[in-house]
Write a protein that binds this ligand. Structure first.
Ligand SMILES: Nc1ncnc2c1ncn2[C@@H]1O[C@H](COP(=O)(O)OP(=O)(O)OP(=O)(O)O)[C@@H](O)[C@H]1O
Length: 311
């Protein structure tokens, strides 16, 4: 089933824990150099997906392939050298220094320890490398976790809630680092609840709900699928809207707010730019958060409707 560019492939994957259907009929393909965002509510199945890719658990049904191999098989042990993993709420032995922690993981992974100082520098911990981890802030621990995940230049990086505990600047630095890795051909899968700001760094998003795939695609694709409007904010005085646009006004306070269907965005923009009295125009496209909410709510609505029918 493997296409030469796919680093990860899941086909019709099911995962059942005792009585819990954590994943159902999940298909997923991740190409080399792609950054995939995996989103979903608590219990949607994100960590289960990551564990399947790491080979920590086996699928109940379906096929999982990582670099073309079944990651649960003993022969696939060598794959671990190609993988980097940063788990949620990472914790380390507090009495060791940051450098010692990294050297310890380097030994476990069979990576030369001489790379550790440079890695600490890359994640902004060069100055703190000799300090014990117990003196580190939450953000510094997270950076140390990232350095650990980057040991051995992984070809596939799996990140579970990587920006938890990072301040906005550190979050941005983190995503720049991801961008550099991508440029070097690394494939990245990241799970996050923190949606604002992620969209410009991912190539594709996958939204899970109750173990099902609810939507998948680039932000552009998801906008097309969701069919949510662009919101135009108009400021000015004495503006008289043509009939086709005044029907789309959804609020009229100090500014005009219009919900414009995406296919009509450019035509509406041209009309609006010609309005007498227009002083300012802001156009807001549906954000990843808007899209996420839309797909989750649509799925919840469909589930409720089905339950009603069954009754
Ligand atoms: N070992 C387990 N035994 C039983 N049920 C489990 C086990 N691990 C996960 N589950 C269940 O499987 C479902 C999916 O869990 P998973 O951890 O993959 O979700 P998640 O999307 O990562 O959630 P979160 O955002 O809260 O981390 C949940 O209903 C969870 O309770």
């Amino acid at each position: 089933m493997r296409s030469s560019n796919n680093i990860v492939e899941l086909q019709q994957v099911e995962k059942r824990y005792q009585g819990v259907n954590a994943l159902q009929q999940l298909n997923l393909e991740v190409r080399q150099g792609e950054v995939l965002g995996l989103f979903g509510h608590n219990g949607a199945g994100k960590t289960t997906t990551i564990k399947l890719i790491l080979g920590l658990i086996s699928a109940t049904a379906g096929e999982v392939r990582v670099f073309g191999e079944d990651p649960t098989q003993p022969e696939a042990r060598h794959l671990r050298r190609k993988l980097g993993f940063l788990q949620e709420n990472v914790s380390f032995y507090d009495q060791l220094s940051g450098l010692e922690v990294l050297q310890y993981f380097a030994r476990l992974k069979g990576v030369p320890e001489k790379h550790c100082p440079a890695l600490l520098e890359q994640v902004g911990l060069a100055q703190a490398g000799m300090r014990r981890v117990k003196t580190y802030s939450k953000g510094m621990r997270q950076r140390l976790g990232l350095a650990q995940a980057l040991l051995g230049e992984p070809k596939l990086l799996l990140l579970d809630e990587p920006t938890v505990g990072l301040d906005p600047i550190a979050t941005q630095d983190f995503y720049h680092r991801i961008e550099e890795l991508k440029q070097r051909g690394c494939t990245v899968i990241l799970c996050s609840h923190v949606l604002p700001g992620v969209e410009k760094y991912i190539d594709r998003a996958m939204i899970l709900g109750q173990g099902h795939l609810l939507a998948e695609g680039s932000i552009h694709d998801l906008r097309q699928q969701a069919d949510l409007p662009a919101v135009f904010h108009l400021q000015g005085s004495g503006m008289v809207l043509p009939d086709n646009l005044s029907a789309l006004v959804n609020r009229n306070e100090t500014e005009l707010k219009l919900d414009i269907p995406l296919p009509g965005k450019m035509a509406a923009m041209q009309q609006i730019m010609g309005l007498a009295g227009l002083e300012n125009l802001d156009v807001q496209l549906p954000s990843l958060e808007d899209l996420y909410t839309h797909f989750i709510e649509t799925s919840a609505g469909a589930t409720a409707a089905t339950a009603q029918e069954i009754r």
